[in-house]
Design a protein around this ligand. Structure first.
Ligand code: SF4
Ligand code: SF4
Length: 413
């Protein structure tokens, strides 16, 4: 998604800065529907999970624009509308509304919804109680999962990876809270490190001293906490002297690559950041990573919103899948910038678990109904938690696999 070019950074903008945009909303509904030329089937013609589920306009991107307009003009006061926080937080921040609006109308409904969230937090009307536990955990433990800092490097106990604080290295593996601390994600962290080390990358990690990137906090609208975390991270990462950072979490990737640049008076950032899929795609093209072992399987790729729509990375994971001998990529109906969100982002899974899981269920149905895939492959810990929960309660044979685990198999590992 494109960034508007005025001279204010996103994290200092108020609703007033969007006055022209919210008055300019054409009520055209592109923010709820797939971009026309892609539609093949009425069942898969929509893109907004919140509007699809609740069928009431305040849940849509357009609805958020009109809530913002009413608040700017003083048509009602946030305190007079108890449903307001629910409308604003029942959103996965998938960005489909903004993607399609910008094609026709050049407005930013998702950024406006995130600014509405920031306004609610400032006025003490948000976030929701469930979100407060997550924010308090980040403040107390530097991660949203209430896990002690000592657990953060347990995935690496049998891996010979250097401590970037003690030894200089060129590339830092920024693991991310969920991949580092959710035991079901440990293999993703381990396989990422093993593959990068085998490809000769001069790799290090922060271990117990890695802290949350701030992505979940930014999406919830708690700007004060996010800005403090982001500045701590920038200073710490700069101090290591690394040339580049690679992360396996699309949320961390988006935060470090895009959100940190939108912080007012942020320190200069002295490194480049890559998602693992971009990095591996480059290593394969440069002949530094060979995928020789056959992995016979039909798979469907799920584009994580924070990697795809938010950062524009669609080809790298597909290039990797095509480079694995035996893999047959089967594209589902909605892909790339029209992909259906897994439902897990933006605090939706924390506060509205049913909505999040219904959304994941629709994604699973789409894969089953429009492909012959044996597995959904993706590369986001949040997508994997949410889709995995729903799949685990079904009798389906459909598997859920992180791309890095397929790459590991293909490297004879
Ligand atoms: S696509 Fe944009 S202009 Fe059209 S209704 Fe949605 S927010 Fe308004
Ligand atoms: S970000 Fe996604 S869930 Fe939220 S309003 Fe836009 S399309 Fe709907």
């Amino acid at each position: 998604m494109t960034q508007k070019t005025d001279n204010k950074k996103f994290f200092e903008k108020s609703l007033e800065d969007y006055r022209d945009q919210v008055w300019g909303c054409a009520r055209c509904n592109w923010c709820q529907n797939q971009w026309g030329w892609n539609v093949k089937n009425a069942e898969y013609s929509e893109v907004c999970p919140a509007f699809h589920e609740y069928r009431f306009f305040p849940y849509s991107g357009m609805g958020k624009m009109h809530i913002a307009r009413a608040l700017i003009e003083g048509d009602f006061d946030g305190e007079d509308a108890p449903e307001l926080a629910e409308f604003i937080y029942t959103c996965t921040t998938c960005g489909a509304c903004e993607m399609n609006c910008q094609r026709m109308q050049d407005k930013e409904p998702l950024k406006i919804n995130e600014t509405l969230r920031a306004m609610l937090v400032k006025e003490g009307l948000g976030p929701l109680p469930e979100h407060k536990n997550l924010i308090n955990s980040v403040k107390s433990y530097d991660n949203p999962w209430m896990q002690p800092r000592t657990q953060r490097d347990r995935w690496a106990r049998k891996i010979n990876i250097r401590d970037a604080k003690k030894e200089k290295c060129e590339t830092l593996f920024f693991v991310g809270c969920t991949t580092a601390l959710d035991p079901s994600m440990a293999t993703v962290a381990q396989n990422t490190a093993k593959i990068l080390l085998k490809a000769g990358v001069d790799l290090g990690m922060l271990g117990k001293d890695e802290i949350c990137c701030g992505s979940p906090i930014a999406r919830l609208g708690d700007r004060e906490t996010f800005l403090a975390l982001a500045k701590r991270n920038i200073e710490r990462l700069n101090s290591l002297g690394v040339k580049e950072i690679v992360t396996s979490c699309p949320g961390c990737f988006r935060a470090i690559r895009q959100d940190y640049a939108e912080i007012p008076e942020a320190p200069e950032i002295n490194f480049n950041v890559y998602h693992t899929v971009e990095y591996l795609d480059r290593l394969i093209k440069e002949g530094k990573l060979e995928l020789k072992t056959e992995v016979p399987m039909k798979v469907a790729w799920h584009d994580p919103c924070h990697l795809g729509r938010h950062c524009g990375i669609y080809d790298a994971p597909r290039n990797i899948l095509k480079a694995i001998p035996g893999i047959k990529l089967q594209e589902k109906e909605r892909i790339k910038d029209q992909s259906w969100c897994c439902g897990g982002g933006g605090g939706a899974r924390t506060a509205f678990l049913d909505f999040a899981q219904i959304t994941a269920g629709k994604l699973i149905d789409e894969v089953k109904n429009t492909t012959d895939a044996e597995a959904i492959v993706t590369c986001c810990p949040f997508c994997e938690q949410n889709i995995g929960d729903v799949l685990s309660r079904t009798e389906d044979k459909l598997e859920l696999i992180d791309l890095i685990d397929l790459v590991k198999k293909a490297t004879n590992g």
